[in-house]
Design a binder for this molecule. Structure first.
Ligand SMILES: NC(=O)c1ccc[n+]([C@@H]2O[C@H](COP(=O)([O-])OP(=O)(O)OC[C@H]3O[C@@H](n4cnc5c(N)ncnc54)[C@H](OP(=O)(O)O)[C@@H]3O)[C@@H](O)[C@H]2O)c1
Length: 200
C-alpha cells in the first residue's frame, strides 16, 4: 500500500513502535506520522528518546517497563497498531495487553521461541510478519510493489517530506570501519543509521 492510501485508512489511529529510535524505527515513525497516526515510540535512554521525538514520535514510553500502565498514564486504553522492531518474544505478553480489540501487530524480528497466538484470540487481533525479502524470495505476484514503494519514498525525500535517518558516517569502506560499525550495531543502542562510505 502506498503512503497516500495508508493515510486515508489510518488517520487518527494510534501506533506503538517498539524500538522507535533505531534504524527502522526512525523511518517508520516518520511514515506513520505521514499516515496521520499518533505515534507512541519506545526508547530507554534520554538520547534515544530525544532522537525518536525528533523523528516525529508524539510520546515516548520505556521498552523495559510494562506497556499498558505507561499507555494509561498517557490517557490511552490501548493502541490500534504495534510495530515490533526488537525481540518479538520478550515483548509478546506486553503487546497482547496493549493492543486494541481487532488491532494489528506486525513484527520484523524473528524469534527462536514459539509465540502463544491464543493470547490474541479474544481480542481478534491480527499478527503479521514482514520481511523485506519475501517478494524477491518467492517472486510474488506483487513484486512491482517494492519498486513502487521505493520510488514513493525517494519522491518524499526529494520533496523534503522524509528526513534522513543517518546518525553517523564512517569513512573509508575498509575492514576496520566494517568492524567498528558492527560493534556499534551489536551494542543494540543505535539511534538512526550508520553509513560507511568511500572506497580507499
Ligand atoms: N524483517 C525485515 O525485513 C527486517 C528489515 C530490517 C531490519 N530487521 C530487523 O529489525 C530489527 C531492528 O533493526 P534496526 O536496524 O532498527 O535496529 P537498531 O537500529 O540496532 O535498533 C536500535 C534500537 O533498539 C532499541 N532497543 C534496544 N533494546 C531494546 C528492547 N529490549 N526493546 C525494544 N527496543 C530496544 C534501542 O533503544 P534504547 O537505546 O533506547 O534502548 C535502539 O534505539 C533488527 O532485529 C533487524 O535485524 C528486519
Amino acid at each position: 500500500m502506498g503512503v497516500s492510501a495508508a493515510t486515508e485508512r489510518n488517520e487518527g489511529k494510534t501506533i506503538l513502535i517498539i524500538g522507535a529510535a533505531g534504524g527502522v524505527g526512525s523511518i517508520a515513525t516518520q511514515l506513520a506520522k505521514h499516515a496521520g497516526m499518533t505515534v507512541i515510540g519506545t526508547a530507554s535512554r534520554p538520547k534515544s528518546a530525544e532522537w525518536a521525538k525528533n523523528m516525529g514520535a508524539d510520546h515516548i514510553i520505556n521498552h523495559y517497563e510494562a506497556f499498558l500502565p505507561q499507555l494509561k498514564a498517557l490517557g490511552l486504553e490501548h493502541v490500534d497498531y504495534i510495530f515490533c522492531l526488537n525481540s518479538t518474544e520478550k515483548h509478546w505478553v506486553n503487546m497482547a495487553e496493549a493492543i486494541a480489540p481487532q488491532g494489528k501487530i506486525c513484527s520484523i524480528v524473528e524469534t527462536d521461541e514459539l509465540l502463544d497466538l491464543t493470547l490474541l484470540k479474544n481480542k481478534s487481533v491480527t499478527f503479521a510478519w514482514e520481511l523485506m525479502f519475501t517478494r524477491p524470495l518467492f517472486q510474488t505476484a506483487d513484486m512491482i510493489e517494492q519498486h513502487n514503494l521505493l520510488n514513493e519514498v525517494s519522491r518524499m525525500i526529494d520533496e523534503g517530506r522524509l528526513r534522513t535517518t543517518v546518525a553517523q558516517i564512517l569513512s573509508p569502506i575498509n575492514a576496520a570501519n566494517l568492524r567498528k560499525a558492527h560493534a556499534i550495531l551489536e551494542e543494540g543502542r543505535m539511534t538512526g543509521k550508520i553509513v560507511i562510505e568511500n572506497f580507499e
